[in-house]
Write a protein that binds this ligand. Structure first.
Ligand SMILES: [Zn+2]
Length: 257
């Protein structure tokens, strides 16, 4: 059973591959894109959909730039009073080392900014939370890599202390994961941490309120959709960037020569 209440109305948006397919929906409001790992999935990986090939990220950034799009921060979603045109918000969950190796050079080259949601107790380690469900370990950025990310003009946000599924915890445990996770990042990196992403997208109204009380200004879910005027900044929808189905990839390849 799903842990999080659905954000009505349900929005039947497909995962994001290219701008052309989304041009009408993205004219309504700025989309928040969600990424995890960049590169080809290693052999034996269970959740291949969490990998976006480097070439596809490069193509997405080029397409936005060629069409006059720029990146925007999550701060723009705190109280949107009007639709934001030709802006995209790029979010990366967990802080994988592949973000530093593969995505960072592309973002710098194309002039886009992004935010990564970090798990402070796992910095320099790997995705321990995934091993219990049979996933292979993947390296997370270490402190030096995170500092390079910040020096390139990118943001960091919170993703709890240990990547906990918050609704499964007692309220005091959940508060500790949210509040201490924020403070630990602030102490280590010397900047205010204002944006949050719910691990696994799991939330409920009490968890949402804990995040707001902790001093965060926005929180991202994994609910798919676009955020219009009047959106709750602690229940932001996102769109997963993923590789197109094989048939479309073939077409895509032919079209691009
Ligand atoms: Zn995560």
């Amino acid at each position: 059973m799903a842990l999080s209440p659905a954000l009505a109305p349900a929005d039947a948006l497909p995962p994001y591959t290219n701008l052309w397919a989304y041009r009408k929906r993205f004219a309504e409001a700025a989309p928040i894109l969600m990424y995890h790992k960049i590169g080809s999935p290693p052999h034996g990986v269970r959740f291949r959909g969490l990998y976006l090939p480097t070439w596809l990220l490069a193509r997405q950034l080029c397409e936005w730039k060629a069409n006059g799009w720029a990146s925007v921060g999550l701060e723009e979603f705190v109280r949107p009073s009007r639709p934001i045109r030709k802006r995209v918000c790029l979010t990366f969950d967990d802080g994988y080392a592949s973000l530093h190796q593969e995505a960072l050079p592309l973002l710098v080259e194309q002039g886009f900014r992004a935010i990564v949601f970090l798990v402070p107790e796992r910095i320099g380690g790997f995705n321990e939370w995934d091993l219990a469900i049979g996933e292979k370990p993947a390296a997370l950025m270490d402190e030096v890599q995170i500092r390079e990310w910040m020096q390139a003009g990118h943001e960091i946000g919170g993703h709890t202390l240990t990547h906990a599924s918050l609704p499964r915890l007692t309220l005091s445990e959940a508060r500790r994961e949210i509040v201490d996770g924020k403070k630990k990042l602030e102490d280590r990196f010397g900047r205010s941490i204002e944006h949050f992403s719910y691990p696994y997208g799991d939330w409920n109204p009490q968890i949402r309120d804990l995040v707001a009380e902790a001093g965060y200004r926005t929180a991202c879910t994994v609910e798919r959709g676009i955020n219009g005027v009047g959106v709750d900044p602690f229940l932001l929808r996102r769109i997963t960037a993923c590789r197109p189905p094989r048939t479309l990839r073939t077409l895509f390849g032919l079209m691009s020569g």
